[in-house]
Design a protein around this ligand. Structure first.
Ligand SMILES: Cc1ncc(COP(=O)(O)OP(=O)(O)O)c(N)n1
Ligand SMILES: Cc1ncsc1CCOP(=O)(O)O
Ligand SMILES: [Mg+2]
Length: 211
């Protein structure tokens, strides 16, 4: 398995990246210190999704960081990505693992206590826990956990956990202090006027939280 550094996980959403072009934004974020990239598209034209996956695979390979594909195991396999991220309404973890084999990275979303299933957790590599705060980037997001509930759920998960949902420079430090191994962001980077600078600032905030 490619090494897993969840510290600053860019979820490159096709919708949010449109104005700047997804490749340009992801390249800037990698330059600024993103440790991992996910390609996400909710109104997905699969041809365009594969085209973007192949382009991002070239960028992430050059940088030596993992590329994760949201939801679509077929696209992950076709593009030679490093893994997939699945949620509670997506391909169940046992089937995802069977299709991807033991070496690919699988991430699983957890939004509440009921989602914490040992059967699934033994099969995946990390958990995306959230939304921690309200988000405008996912229309069907579960209610925000808040920092206190995030910390409680995080303590019940033995795997690496990346926090997601409404995370930005103003709250990334407190999320790290609540037990996250890293932060996953869409708008804080994809909608920033300067995605490279936004990533560098988040990276600095995470490194300060480690001290
Ligand atoms: C790192 C990370 N965590 C959570 C999610 C959300 O996945 P899911 O609940 O399946 O929702 P969609 O993103 O598919 O709309 C994620 N994508 N990445
Ligand atoms: C994909 C996803 N899953 C839970 S919240 C979310 C969206 C996060 O986007 P943002 O960082 O802009 O709040
Ligand atoms: Mg999903």
């Amino acid at each position: 398995m490619t090494s897993l550094d969840l510290s600053l996980y860019l979820v490159a959403d096709q919708e949010f990246c449109r104005p700047g072009g997804i490749e340009r934004i992801v390249a800037a974020a990698i330059d600024g210190g993103a440790s991992m990239v996910q390609l996400r598209g909710t109104r997905t034209n699969l041809r365009q999704f594969l085209t973007d996956a192949l382009a991002l695979r070239a960028l992430t390979r050059r940088a030596g960081i993992p590329l994760i594909i949201n939801d679509h195991i077929d696209i992950a396999l076709a593009a030679g990505a490093d893994g997939v991220h699945v949620g509670q309404a997506d391909m169940p973890a046992p089937f995802a693992r069977q299709l991807l084999g033991k070496d690919k990275i699988i991430g699983l979303s957890v939004t509440c206590t009921e989602d914490i299933s040992e059967r699934d957790l033994v099969l995946v590599d990390y958990v995306g826990l959230g939304p921690v705060f309200p988000t405008r980037s996912k229309t069907d997001a579960a209610p925000a956990l808040g920092l206190q509930q995030f910390a409680i759920l995080r303590s019940r998960i033995a795997l690496p956990v990346v926090a997601i949902g409404g995370i930005n420079l103003s709250n990334a430090g407190s999320v790290m202090a609540a037990g996250a191994d890293g932060v996953a962001v869409v708008s804080a980077i994809c909608s920033a006027p300067n995605p490279r600078q936004a990533t560098m600032s988040l990276r600095q905030c995470i490194e300060e939280a480690w001290q």
